[in-house]
Write a protein that binds this ligand. Structure first.
Ligand SMILES: [Zn+2]
Length: 357
């Protein structure tokens, strides 16, 4: 069954509906009177995760999903779960080797200074991204951030479903509350800067490439058309059918028109992106906290990152200028800031995450 149809069925069951999943893409649902009124549906309806004339088709961003979302209200938006220490006793066998394998400094030396037991709080944010161009595309992005180290932990994003459906043993739910996502106070800026642009670009590369190719084609067509108009003016002037002032005025009008149409094409081809925070899960976890001493010439700094016993991964370091996540790092001379290759070479001099993709 598709994830979205599964969520819809769970939600409707929760509100007293009787759900029968007829196959992996369809479910027949008997709705109680209040829900019929709320959704504006009759008693027996069929939902489908595919385009289906005989059923109500559910897809991300569709009108029906928005109506079902109304049933959810603020429920299911925020929850906290704890990974019990006794269930997750895992520690890296050789921390120094693990660090050396995952983090490489190109112009600085690094030493593992300390490994200690600690606990942390991760924020997993589920973000709904809508890309509007001539068509609209909807995507769900999931990003996890370690609040103690301020670093991302992408491997935890991949475990979200397991946490939610209880297939990861050794977790204790601290309560799903009706806290709204606004009250969850998620520092979205770091997530959006370092995660969302890259992830969106990866998922929607086809939309972006298609849009760019179409724009290029339309611009070329427009250019050809205006060239033909310009040739016509030149031809009529050469044949002395119009004088210089008329030819100049016509040419100026053609140029203005070309500029206007180009601007319009670029405007209508641009992709408008909106991001909405849909859900926040906070995960309390026991971690192994690693402190690294990093030395660049005479300057030194400490870097702290955690090893998560559920994902068995270290936090992911991010470029302190543009937010890119990599494994090969450079350090700035004076500040010993971590820089990606692009920022270090000056290519990403305006500090935008976009440039690092
Ligand atoms: Zn960078």
């Amino acid at each position: 069954m598709s994830e979205l149809l599964g969520v819809a069925c769970t939600l409707l069951s929760h509100h007293g509906a009787i759900v029968e999943r007829t196959d992996t893409t369809r479910a027949e649902v008997l709705l109680p009177p209040l829900i019929q009124t709320f959704l504006g549906l009759k008693e027996l309806v069929t939902f489908s995760s595919e385009s289906d004339e005989q059923a109500i088709s559910l897809s991300l961003g569709s009108d029906w999903i928005e109506r079902l979302e109304g049933l959810l209200g603020t429920e299911g938006r925020y929850a906290e779960v704890e990974l019990l220490a006794e269930s997750f006793p895992f520690a890296p066998k050789n921390p120094a080797e693990m660090v050396a394998k995952h983090i490489a400094f190109q112009n600085a030396s690094m030493r593992l200074a300390k490994v200690e037991d600690a606990s942390t709080l991760y924020t997993i944010a589920v973000i709904h991204a809508s890309l509007r161009s001539r068509d609209t595309r909807h995507e769900l992005l999931v990003a996890a951030r370690n609040e103690s180290t301020s670093l991302l932990h992408p491997q935890l994003s991949g475990r979200l479903q397991g946490l939610l459906d209880g297939t990861i043993p050794g977790c204790r739910w601290l309560g799903a509350s009706t806290t709204s996502v606004a009250e969850a106070r998620v520092d979205l800026e770091v997530i959006l800067k370092s995660h969302a642009p890259r992830e969106l670009r990866r998922r929607c590369e086809d939309v972006i490439l298609h849009s760019e190719a179409r724009l290029q084609r339309d611009l070329e067509r427009l250019d050809d058309y205006h060239r033909s108009l310009t040739s016509e003016v030149a031809r009529r002037f050469a044949q002395a059918r119009i004088d210089r002032s008329v030819a100049d005025a016509k040419q100026a009008a053609i140029d203005r028109d070309l500029q206007f149409k180009c601007n319009e094409l670029v405007r209508t081809s641009s992709i408008e992106i909106s991001l909405t925070l849909e859900q926040v899960i906070r995960v309390r976890a026991p971690v192994k906290r690693l402190t690294l001493d990093v030395r660049r010439r005479k300057k030194q700094r400490s870097l702290v990152l955690d090893y998560n016993p559920l994902t068995r991964h270290l936090d992911t370091l991010i470029c302190e200028q543009c937010g890119a996540a990599q494994q090969a790092w450079f350090c700035e001379d004076e500040t010993v800031r971590l820089l990606c290759r692009g920022c270090n070479s000056g290519e990403h001099n305006f500090g935008a995450a976009r440039a690092c993709n």
